[in-house]
Design a protein around this ligand. Sequence first.
Ligand code: ADP
Ligand code: MG
Length: 309
Amino acid sequence: MDLAIETTDLIKRYGSIVAVNHLNLKVESNTIHGFLGPNGAGKTTTIKILVGLLKPDGGRVTVLGEEVQGDNPDVRLKIGYMPELPRFPKHLKGYELLDIYGKMYGISTQERKIRIQRVLEIVGLKGRERDFIGEYSKGMQQRLGIAQALLSEPELIILDEPSLGLDPAGMVEVRGVIKEIAKEGVTVFLSSHLLYEVEQVCSHVSIIHRGACLASGRLEEIIAKISGPVMLEVELAEESEDVFEVLKNLPFISKIQRENKTLIIKLETTDDVRPQISQAITKAGGIIVYMNMKRRGLEEAFMRLIMKS
Ligand SMILES: Nc1ncnc2c1ncn2[C@@H]1O[C@H](COP(=O)(O)OP(=O)(O)O)[C@@H](O)[C@H]1O
Ligand SMILES: [Mg+2]
């Protein structure tokens, strides 16, 4: 497994506050990885350590195969970074801002022209680059922040709360941009306190609380692992003892609750077994008029996890 980010026992204190507490984090390359946690969980602090803006008090950090201890220019150039709530000078035009960043990255004049056009396209700001940043909506400013982070053609892009302060339409825009970036083969690591956002855009997630990682892995696996059993509600055209007997013997069903024509089935598996169940019911002479799988989402799983710890 190729890792874009790895932290081992990472620690960061601000005086007596332990912001990051033995954090172990693994981010696979070529994924969109959500760094999810409530406000104050330690996301921004961790990200600042990853990009070399803060020095850890303990533990190890490896980014793109290189160890990070404070600023490491070799690694910095391979990472795109958008800070939490980026605010740019309003009197500059979008293009001017990107050109300044391009110069800072040491990109030649010729190459800057090409790259600026490319990133403008990715973030959907083409045609607006000659407007003043002061005239941009918050969503556009956020997308300009992402464009800035993409300019050095990084292998890894780290976005700290990319949809903070955006309205729903702005959030959709930013999500679209994130998916575009991932298609280009860039690893995306984004922090968020919004579960819904992570669920919409990420393939992987690490849940952080009080500076430590509570769960990490593929999104569906995390949901399955922490959200408990899946329930299936089936309504039959008529009550049937035969159907009940057949279902009872299926290995992936652990419990059936009967309420007249409705069966509430508790599943042992997180696989989608609706076809097998439907087939078994039909075979036993039953007719399904309604079926609904109640799979709990990340929101509920997240709350349970946070409450337990
Ligand atoms: N510069 C700082 N000085 C003192 N405490 C800080 C500072 N920055 C963050 N903290 C504290 O560290 C903890 C983690 O903060 P932060 O990393 O910003 O969390 P998040 O980004 O998940 O909201 C919080 O308790 C916060 O109040
Ligand atoms: Mg933060």
